[in-house]
Design a protein around this ligand. Structure first.
Ligand code: NDP
Ligand code: GDR
Length: 370
């Protein structure tokens, strides 16, 4: 039985990857951070009582900023494969917490690689580094491939650039099976609530049910190559199953503006919206609503721009070239953007239908922060 260790197991990708590896018969260990509230919502369905026999899923408290903790966990687990998904992963927040981001996202990767060397595992254990299309930053060429130069545009991307190169360096210096997956944006119903796609799909569901009046966003012109997280964790697994360690771009090859994602998401619940104005004065209005269940007034302004969501430096256009991953890994995504939007909106509509029932019956519902 193969043994995997996943950092960031409580995140979107960690949850899908853990599920995939368990299906493949792995023993899955994950590192979770101590938190004052439970932070395991996404993986609770995988929990196994440690008192039972043949437990295949185990969580360990830890943090990428704590070397001794990482060494101890890796020593205990003796993993065949490490998937380093843990990170402060929000680009905008990285401008607020740049030092912490560098520590967790940049040096955290070094700590794992060094732990493997200290424990003499550099020939036994393979490691996957969660690299990102944010490395491309300011557009140098499109579509972006494994050979496109990097130009990071945020503390997050700069930290991830260190992690990318230290992974390459340890592969070359010590012959380690260390690989970067350069993943373009990937989303799902498990996506964190403050990333733009999930923020939009939640707002669509809440506005439809009368739980929110307006959605405020930042740059509506940004273009992203959006895929489904479920497809992307398959690629992570495949990258570590190759004969030689290499870096791969994982993307759909299709790019879409944020504004178009908003339109598609509202269309899922029968709401047609039209945008008027430019920059911070741009607004989205309801022009039609085909769903009689929703009491929405035609002409109502439901989308606005708030400059608080602008980034000091933005990444305008991402579109990946997945040729290498398709030919070498045989990777093929199952979802397109339309299917992704349908699944995300349906999940949020289902959730907020229930929240609305609670509200109608006099219960208070949770505050939502964006
Ligand atoms: P999430 O933000 O959903 O999950 C991040 C995970 O990292 C969480 O489990 C979080 O724990 C954990 N974490 C945060 N800080 C630390 C720390 N200091 N030590 C240990 N663990 C920590 O991210 P995704 O699942 O979306 O992404 C997974 C990885 O892939 C990240 O590294 C991200 O940067 C990268 N990436 C993501 C892409 C995407 O589109 N989703 C694209 C390209 C790269 P907690 O739950 O406690 O917060
Ligand atoms: P990104 O994802 O920065 O690409 O990083 P995010 O969804 O945060 O932003 C995508 C684009 O949408 C624009 N935008 C907004 N973004 C947010 N979060 N909130 C808003 O209100 C809003 N309005 C417009 C942004 O400016 C941006 O251009 C994600 C993360 O998962 C990273 O960890 C990962 O490395 C990259 O994807 C690939």
């Amino acid at each position: 039985m193969k043994i995997a260790l996943i950092t960031g197991i409580t995140g979107q990708d960690g949850a899908y990857l853990a599920e995939l590896l368990l299906e493949k018969g792995y023993m899955v260990h994950g590192i979770k951070r101590r938190s004052s509230l439970f932070n395991t919502d996404r993986i609770d369905h995988l929990y196994q009582d440690p008192h039972e026999e043949n437990v295949k899923f185990k969580l360990h408290y830890g943090d990428l900023s704590d070397s001794t903790n990482l060494i101890r966990i890796i020593q205990e687990v003796q993993p065949d494969e490490i998937y380093n998904l843990g990170a402060m992963s929000h680009v905008k927040v990285s401008f607020d917490t740049p030092e912490y981001t560098a520590n967790a996202d940049g040096i955290g990767t070094l700590r794992l690689l060094e732990a493997m060397r200290i424990l003499g595992l550099e020939k036994k254990t393979k490691i996957y580094q969660a690299s990102t299309s944010e490395l491309y930053g300011l557009v140098q060429e499109v579509p972006q491939s494994e050979t496109t130069p990097f130009y990071p545009r945020s503390p997050y991307a700069v930290a991830k650039m260190y992690a990318y190169w230290i992974t390459v360096n340890y592969r070359e210096a010590y012959g380690m099976f260390a690989c970067n997956g350069i993943l373009f944006n990937h989303e799902s119903p498990l996506r964190g609530e403050t990333f733009v796609t999930r923020k939009i799909t939640r707002a669509v569901a809440k506005i439809a049910h009368g739980l929110q009046s307006k959605l405020f966003l930042g740059n509506l012109d940004a273009e992203r190559d959006w895929g489904h997280a479920k497809d992307y964790v398959e690629a992570m697994y495949l990258i570590l199953q190759q004969d030689t360690p290499e870096d791969f771009v994982i993307a759909t090859g299709v790019t879409t503006k944020v504004r178009e994602f908003v339109r598609m998401a509202f269309a899922e619940v029968g709401i047609t919206i039209e945008f008027k104005g430019t920059g911070v004065d741009e607004k989205g209005y309801i022009t039609a609503c085909s769903n009689p269940e929703y009491q929405l007034e035609i002409g109502k302004e439901i989308v606005g721009v708030d400059s608080a969501y602008f980034r000091p430096t933005e990444v305008d256009l991402l579109i990946g070239d997945p040729t290498k991953s398709k030919t070498k890994l045989g990777w093929q995504p199952k979802y397109d953007l339309a299917a992704l939007v349908t699944e995300m909106v349906a999940a949020d509509v289902d959730y907020f239908k229930k929240e609305n029932l609670l509200k109608l019956n006099g219960y208070t519902i949770k505050n939502q922060y964006e």
